[in-house]
Design a protein. Sequence first.
Length: 122
Amino acid sequence: MGNKTFVYLSFHKDTNSEMDFFEVILDGKARLLIRHIAEIIPSNYNVALSEGRKKDRIVMKETYYLQKDKEEPVFIDKKGKSIQLAFSDKAKELSEFIKKEKIVFKEKDGLVSLLKYYNSIN
């Protein structure tokens, strides 16, 4: 897979503990991880109307996680509340950085710059 690094880690999904591979995007005291998920979307073909998709589709999805101090990875929600909880030790500095840089928690570049900043002040 090129120069990509993957790690096999335990994490919580809903109330269950699971294991999966994560791609390491940024390494350091705090790591940015991506969990790649293949989702099958079933066909929706209607024979009577001869309409719809005849074949199933596979859609690749990425979900972002952060891992602090080799703890269990934490899912990054779209509003960033999980980041603020995980990094409560530097909450004020990170909050200022997020506002100043206009970080969007759904975008990889914003998350990378935020975690680089956190790693630099630790």
